[in-house]
Ligand binder design. Sequence first.
Ligand SMILES: [Zn+2]
Length: 292
Amino acid sequence: MKSLSGSMSDEGGQRRQRTIRGEVRFSGKALQTGQTVNVACKPAEPGTGIVFKRTDLTDSPVLRLDDAVFSKAHARRSTIGTGVREIQTIEHFLAALWALEIDNILVEVDGAELPALDGSSIGFFRPLKDTGSIPQPFPRRVIKIMETERVEENGCSLTVSPDDAFSLSYLIEYDCASIGREDFEITPDQDLFEKEIAPARTFCLKTEAEALLQAGLGQGATLENTLVLDDDGPVGTTLRFPNEPVRHKILDLIGDFYMLGRPVIGRVRAEKSGHRLNAEMIRKIHEKYVKE
Ligand SMILES: [Zn+2]
């Protein structure tokens, strides 16, 4: 298994909460709906958390991660809110916030989904990093895993165990010659995230692509924002890493875990896990470590 390791800058010291230094904007096509959406990220007061606002709806509803963890929509994919008051596909953006150690931010969105950008996290990460962040006069809250938790279903599993750092390993196995079996492990810090994880794009098998379109999903999907793979390799593009798919699964997992709104300290092992199992684990951790 390939393994990479880094460490976060102020490990061990008294960490402070952080927010972004100034406004950051994104716009682009959404993957599922195909609509163009605009996002404005704004600094927020200490203790605010990560808060989304749907500015296109009449009462501009505010959507909080805490409520999202338990929503039915979130059990299917990385969505917060319910019914029309929702925002989909937030995991690549949340992964960037995790890497930059952003605790407090207001994210105004004029649609039901974040833009896909190039299907990875790098388009969110770089502008946020360039703008920078500032420490705030509140201590940062973290979740230190104290005992092993495990969820499993049909040969897929996700385990979180106590450790001194946040590390992730992921095993995937696809019935597609260009992916096959990939196992990858990383203890990411900001630099490793930027170089090794953030650029890995959303992928799907060529055989799945048509079924998804027929189900009304992926209407904004193009070869510019989704890696489409068949037995021979990627269609119409080249891989950014030989094992780009498993790196993208780790990116999704980092984003899913940051639904908790605070960083997890522990070792994560995923075997063929998908969003549904991830969501189940996050609910478990939320019940045990976040709920007051
Ligand atoms: Zn993803």
